[in-house]
Design a protein. Structure first.
Length: 165
């Protein structure tokens, strides 16, 4: 439940850190490490990556999390199938050209599916692929963690003060 808005000059009370939530994130992190190690072992991929491999990974991250990409993915997550115009209306500020480029880029990366609907006039509908849905669900714990630690960080350091070195 949302708390009422603070009155002028009052600072809302901060949430108490929850050790149980912290433990969930620690367990999740350890599971994620084991998952990554297991996948690397199955792919016979060395733990240490070359600079070129890291650059390729960053390129992939920029495709998925670069400008407008998260907004497109979220719009398709919230409304699982939509046409170009409905997406453009949901994404205030994006030009039709940029939206088309982002959709094409995300389709090439296997994140979204483009389907031509047999109608008069023909329409196109976009939706998340299985890969896109997986990324959406894997992103959720990261967002929860960032929100949780933002609250924890703000409790540890009063507003306007830098933490001690």
């Amino acid at each position: 439940m949302l708390s009422p808005a603070p009155s002028a000059g009052r600072v809302p009370p901060l949430a108490v850190p929850d050790p149980a939530i912290d433990r969930f994130f620690q367990d999740f992190r350890e599971s994620a490490v084991r998952l990554a190690e297991g996948v690397n072992d199955l792919n016979r991929r060395p733990t240490e990556e070359t600079f070129e491999e890291v650059q390729e990974d960053l390129k992939l991250l920029r495709t998925v999390f670069g400008k407008w990409s998260p907004e497109v993915l979220v719009a398709l997550h919230v409304a699982p199938a939509g046409g170009l115009e409905s997406l453009r209306r949901r994404l205030a500020g994006i030009s039709p050209r940029i939206l088309s480029l982002k959709l094409k880029e995300l389709e090439e990366k296997g994140m979204i599916r483009r389907e031509v609907v047999d109608s008069r006039p023909p329409r196109v509908r976009y939706s998340l692929t299985e890969r896109g849905w997986t990324v959406a669900w894997l992103t959720q714990p990261v967002l929860l963690y960032l929100k949780h630690t933002q609250t924890s960080d703000s409790m540890a350091t009063p507003a306007g003060q830098n933490p001690a070195p």
